[in-house]
Design a protein around this ligand. Structure first.
Ligand code: ADP
Length: 541
């Protein structure tokens, strides 16, 4: 073999912030703090504090490979933790504070977290956790001395005080790029949560891939506001691609209500944002009722659950915002596919362009995909055949932390648990999560398709379709619907709305109207709960 003569330079997370500090020193990072005021500083300031933090962690006895947990919203201190911990060779373990407390305790214990950093509005949660977390050697409030909450947990430390004690003269160590950098547990809708352990290399390559024009398409001219939390798969890479590209970052903190998000986006001139469908459903309902529009927002990324096609259309037609569909999962860092058009689609009528855009998108370079049948045989890429979606790539997990769940790969492919089609152009369309697909008379009905139709009805705010047990067909689709405020719609009207949109046997057999639907800690419809509650539906009633 003739070896190439390029430098052996590992891909390290610290290099992202170093790059920003050198080339985008005055670019701002703006945060709505949980203490109240808006905080603004620059990448140069952030780089200094991240190095001081690395020094402080070293002084506290943190060493390479130690897990450092966060219970925090999107903000500058959380951002510093991303770099201070991973940069020094430790692992940032972001925890979703909306999980059940038993799950949080399980996760902290499983990860053997050494320190837990927390936003002060989560102090009551910390108070409840502390007695149950023997691995934790310190609880660090992400605030200054003046705002330190009165807690009985010991030791209680103050993040700003730790940072202020250090001088910042710190060189980031040159690590092996396969060193673990971040840990994120899947939400555990089945069984215990499982830890996905990223490394520096996977994180940096993922950040490069998602920045490309056919993906998030971000540049140093952009102002990016991640609504998706930094505890939900690293805010889909924002803390990494932000400094890589030199965008102005706008962090909304804990104020995720529509009014606060809108005001922050307007005052900071946000051009691009990302979040799950429920966030956008709420935000746009609020805009509609207040007769407002965004003035600078141009692009929106929607992922985490299927984005209703009606939403993509409304964003474009009413608000002039390009809305793209992203698909991925915790195990994929998270991005796998992104829904942008190709040159050949530009000549198509708008309706046909939408038909392409409502799919989950095509793979980013690096991600390979295939669909297989129950025997594991590969199915055709014809946009019609659907089967279990398998993936692989440099930012896809090969196994869970501490080998939880055993050997998860099948012939070196990761089974996503999604059922999908793939077409000749590479576009993937999710039919369903395999456990949510409705099995009627031996055939499959896509719950996502049924939900998308319901949500396109002007009187419907949110909808879930589940398979409820049926004496003759095994399961039949049952629709559970939240009406828009003041909207009137009957069961019959809604079922009629399906006419001509799906095969007759796909039309739900019944509709239940409810005031709200249950969601998971990451904003997805909690179908397990719905099945428990409505799965034994009385079809004769
Ligand atoms: P968890 O698996 O812990 O619930 P993830 O955020 O990793 O959390 O969820 C990944 C799953 O979310 C995917 O396997 C898929 O079922 C669903 N999902 C993510 N993005 C989309 C999308 N754009 N359309 C449909 N489903 C999606």
């Amino acid at each position: 073999m003739l070896r190439g003569l390029m430098m052996d330079q590992p891909l390290l997370i610290s290099s992202l912030l170093t790059h920003a500090a050198e080339n985008h020193a005055d670019t701002e990072v703006v945060s709505r703090t949980v203490e109240g005021p808006i905080h603004r500083y620059t990448y140069a300031d952030s780089h200094l504090r991240a190095r001081q933090l690395a020094q402080a962690l070293t002084r506290l006895g943190v060493s390479a490979g130690d897990r450092i947990a966060t219970l925090a919203w999107n903000g500058y201190r959380h951002f510093e933790l991303y770099y201070g911990t991973s940069g020094m060779g430790a692992v940032i373990h972001t925890i979703n504070p909306r999980l059940f407390i038993e799950q949080i305790i399980y996760i902290i214990d499983h990860a053997e977290d050494k320190l837990v950093f927390f936003d002060i509005n989560l102090a009551p949660l910390v108070e409840k956790l502390a007695a149950h977390c023997p691995t934790v050697k310190g609880w660090v409030a992400m605030t200054d001395r003046d705002h330190l909450p009165a807690l009985t947990v010991t030791p209680l430390l103050c993040m700003d005080e730790l940072i202020d004690q250090e001088d910042g003269h710190y060189e980031w160590p040159v690590l092996d790029e396969y060193t673990a950098s971040g840990l994120c547990y899947t939400s555990g809708t089945t069984g215990n949560p499982k830890g996905v352990l990223y490394h520096h290399r996977s994180t940096v390559i993922h950040a490069l891939a998602v920045s490309l024009p056919d993906c998030f398409s971000i540049s140093a001219k952009d102002v990016v506001m991640p609504i998706v939390p930094m505890f939900h798969v690293n805010a889909w890479g924002t803390p990494y691609f932000g400094p890589m590209v030199g965008v102005k970052l706008v962090m909304p903190g804990a104020a995720l209500d529509p009014k606060s998000l809108y005001e922050l986006a307007e005052s900071e001139q946000v051009t691009m944002s990302a979040g799950v469908p429920t966030v956008w459903l709420n935000l746009f309902a609020w805009l509609r009722s207040n007769n407002l529009k965004f003035s600078t927002l141009k692009r929106v990324v929607i992922g985490g659950s299927a984005c209703p096609p009606s939403m993509i259309r409304e964003f474009a037609d009413v608000y002039g915002i390009e809305c793209n569909h992203a698909w991925g999962m915790t195990e994929m860092s998270p991005l796998g596919t992104y829904g942008t058009l190709k040159r050949k689609h530009l000549e198509l009528p708008i309706a046909e362009q939408f038909a392409v855009k409502v799919k989950q998108g095509r793979p980013l370079y690096g991600v390979s995909m295939k669909i297989v049948d129950q025997a594991g045989d590969t199915l055709p890429r014809d946009g019609v055949a659907f089967g279990d979606l398998m993936v692989r790539g440099p930012w896809v997990t090969k196994g869970y932390f501490k080998a939880e769940g055993g050997d998860v790969l099948r012939d070196d492919w990761f089974p996503t648990g999604d059922v999908a089609t793939i077409d000749t152009d590479g576009y993937m369309g999710i039919t369903d999560r395999s456990k949510d697909v409705i099995k009627s008379g031996g055939e499959w009905i896509s719950s996502i398709d049924l939900e998308n139709i319901a949500i396109a009805h002007p009187a419907v705010a949110e909808a879930a379709a589940i398979g409820a047990v049926h004496p003759k067909w095994d399961e039949r689709p049952l629709l559970i619907v939240v009406r828009k405020p003041d909207a009137a719609i009957s069961r019959e009207d809604l079922l009629q709305f399906y006419d001509g949109k799906v095969a007759k046997w796909w039309v739900p057999d019944d509709v239940i109207f409810v005031n709200e639907l249950p969601h998971t800690a990451t904003g997805k419809l909690l179908k397990t709960r719905l099945r428990e509650q409505y799965g034994a539906h009385d079809w004769t009633a």
